[in-house]
Write a protein that binds this ligand. Structure first.
Ligand code: ZN
Length: 307
């Protein structure tokens, strides 16, 4: 199959028909979202947080793609060509204005670009970029450029029962991340954190103006709006606030099951990471650094010896 030709055929059709949101912008969903994100800003009583835009047009648990959906059509072509796995790589959103409670959105999507085949750490694949526009009537209110890598998985790890850890027991031994481990996206906001891990330091971002601690890192203080953050060195100790045991799907460079825990640090912020050991809520833990290669050292957590 000529993938580029098929992509051009889909791109030529332009935007798909508008798909109407299931519900208008509404306060109950805004409140659920604010709670889930941990955003306590009191201003969202008549307008929605801009970053929620995608929520309004989610298809729901049993939703199905429409026939003219360009991303669905392109995924099908790549599936048939053997590129059966997918991972999202970029999502850039632009908001033109706040959305008001009661407004009813629709969304259109077009296929912008298909590039490949490229060799990647995950396997050979194609980058597929779509552009979505959200509308209130005929007014464009937000846009998103969304890119996925659709790839042919590289040689699979041995997943026979004998080779895997017992399915009901969380992993109890630290696993060294493999070279093909998924790597964090390092950017200007997070560079200091990964630099710190390489030095064996757990760094927590601190507002340069009001001193508020925050994690994950960001460009601006949610309290006072200051940019130019600093950081403090954490003592790397905390307790398990919550956790999940990951069984499925397979993760490159990891053996399932493994535990991902949300750690509440003594300094007051929470941090996600792998936990080596039997998880329980409130378990005292300490950070441990594992060098993957010269560029990357990953922090993870283990039960404290002195607990
Ligand atoms: Zn501040």
């Amino acid at each position: 199959m000529d993938i580029e030709k098929e992509a051009a055929r889909i791109a030529e059709k332009g935007e798909c028909a508008p798909r109407l949101a299931r519900d208008p912008v509404n306060l109950p969903m805004i409140n659920n979202w604010l709670e889930a994100i941990g955003d306590e800003h009191p201003g969202y009583t008549e307008v929605a947080p801009p970053a929620m835009v995608q929520v309004w047009t989610m298809a729901g648990l049993h939703g199905q793609r429409t026939l003219d959906d360009p991303l669905g059509a392109m995924m099908k072509i790549l599936d048939e060509a053997g590129y059966t796995s997918v991972v999202a790589t970029n999502s850039d959103q632009t908001y033109h204005r706040y959305l008001r409670v009661g407004e009813h959105l629709s969304v259109t999507t077009s296929l912008e670009d298909v590039t490949g085949p490229k060799k990647t750490g995950l396997g050979e694949g194609w980058f597929v970029t779509t552009r979505s526009t959200w509308w209130v009537g005929d007014e464009a209110v937000a846009e998103m450029r969304f890119r996925v890598l659709k790839f042919r998985p590289a040689a699979k790890p041995d997943t026979t029962p004998e080779a895997s850890a017992p399915a009901t027991q969380p992993a109890t031994q630290p696993q060294l991340p493999q070279p093909q481990a998924i790597r964090p996206a390092v950017n200007r906001d997070t560079q200091y954190f990964w630099d710190g891990c390489r030095e064996g330091e757990l760094r927590i971002q601190r507002c340069g103006q009001c001193g508020l601690l925050r994690h994950p890192p960001g460009p601006m203080c949610p309290e006072c709006g200051a940019t130019k953050p600093k950081y403090l060195l954490s003592d790397g100790r905390g307790v398990v606030y919550s956790y999940v045991v990951h069984h499925h799907p397979q993760v490159p460079g990891k053996q399932t099951p493994f535990v991902i825990a949300l750690i509440e640090l003594d300094e007051g912020v929470r941090m996600l990471g792998e936990l080596h050991g039997e998880p329980s809520i409130g378990l005292p833990v300490e950070v441990v650094f594992t060098k993957v290669d010269d560029e990357l050292t990953m922090p993870s957590w283990r039960p404290r010896a002195d607990r």
